[in-house]
Every structure is written in C-alpha cells, then in structure tokens.
Design a protein around this ligand. Structure first.
Ligand code: FMN
Length: 184
C-alpha cells in the first residue's frame, strides 16, 4: 500500500484534486492507496497538549495508515515560497523515528506561479533527508495550476499526464526495492 498526502487543508484545493487523480493512476496498476486529506486533520492537533497526547482521530486516520504504507507520495503546493503550515503540523506529529527512518518518498509540486512548487518540494526533501528517509528523485513540478489542470485536477497536456504516470510506476518499484534492501 502507498500513502498519498494532499499537502494542504485549503477548501477546494487543486492539490487534493491532483492527489485524487494520482491515486487513480496507482489504483489502475493494482496498487492499494490511502489518500490523506489535511482538511480532515483534527483541530485538537493545535492544542499545546497534543504533542504529549495525540488525538485518537489523528492516530487512526493519519499516523496508522501512514505507518502501514510502504512509501509516501507527497503532493506539495507552494504557499509563500514554502509548503503549507498544515503539512508541517502533520510532519511534527508523526511518530519519530518510526515513520521517517528509511521511508521511501516521492514528491510532486504545484503552484499558481511559474516554479511548479520546486521550492516547497526541495524544502520537504531536506526534512526527509534529515530524518533518514529515501527520496525518489524523479520529481514532477506543475506550474500555472489554473492553466495546466482542469477543474478536476487532471493535467490538460498529455505530456504531463505521461510524466506523472512514469513517476507513479517508478516510485512503486523504488519503494519495493528500498524495502527489500532495508528489511534484509
Ligand atoms: C496562502 C497561499 C499562499 C500562496 N503562495 C504562493 C506562492 O508563493 N507562489 C505561487 O506560485 N503560488 C502561491 N499560491 C497559489 C497556490 O500555489 C495555488 O493555489 C496552487 O493551485 C496550489 O494550491 P491549492 O492546492 O491551494 O490550490 C498560494 C496560495 C495560498 C492559498
């Protein structure tokens, strides 16, 4: 099973729509998917006490499915030259080192501007490297989201759909190989 994190909690985000499209690409290959929507993060996670006592909803709906997956595909929008605060909130509440150590990770960035989310993706890669994860380096960056994606988050250009398919196929193999190496 692969987990996909739609990296914002903004209502009606392009990120969640794109993540839903990417989830379908995995499912078409027979892969089981858990899609995590940060708009469903329990508000109690913002409580100062939540670092000690995680909300039960968070453990059931976020930590456990993420831990059970053999790799995580992060869909990361650019907000103010970085990734959204909701995504950092998730990261800071996931179990360390259990979630991060040796975890295969793929990255797809998106932005309304021209960079395609390269800045937030590279910032996330720094975090994952610091936490001893394994990055799949075939990243995809999607610029000008209001021109390149349709209302359902589907890329309008065939070339971009193909690039996402190659990323999905490559990451499935990469995640399995990383596990074969790290489990032995
Ligand atoms: C709070 C906020 C900050 C944003 N900052 C940037 C930015 O720095 N650069 C950029 O190209 N787009 C920026 N955007 C636009 C998003 O990248 C754009 O809406 C894109 O579709 C992905 O975000 P979404 O999933 O919320 O739709 C920002 C959007 C929001 C809501």
């Amino acid at each position: 099973m692969i987990s996909i994190v739609a990296g914002t909690n903004r209502a009606d985000s392009k990120t969640l729509k794109l993540a839903t499209y990417i989830a379908e690409l995995y499912r078409e290959r027979g892969e089981k998917i858990t899609l995590l929507d940060l708009s469903k993060l329990p508000p109690e996670l913002l409580s100062p006490l939540s670092y000690g006592q995680k909300p039960a909803d968070f453990v059931e709906q976020f930590s456990e499915p993420l831990l059970a997956s053999r790799g995580t595909h992060w869909i990361i929008p650019e907000y103010n030259g970085s990734f959204p605060g909701a995504l950092k909130l998730l990261i800071d509440h996931l179990p360390f080192p259990d979630f991060y150590d040796s975890r295969p990770a793929a990255f797809t960035g998106l932005s309304a501007g021209s960079s395609g989310g390269m800045r937030p993706v590279e910032q996330m890669q720094q975090i994952m490297a610091y936490r001893n994860g394994y990055a799949y380096n075939r990243r995809v960056f999607i610029p000008a989201t209001y021109q390149t994606l349709d209302d359902q988050g589907v890329p309008l250009e065939e070339e971009l759909r193909e690039r996402l398919q190659r990323q999905v196929d490559g990451f499935r193999t990469f995640a399995s190989r990383v596990h074969a190496l790290t489990d032995s």
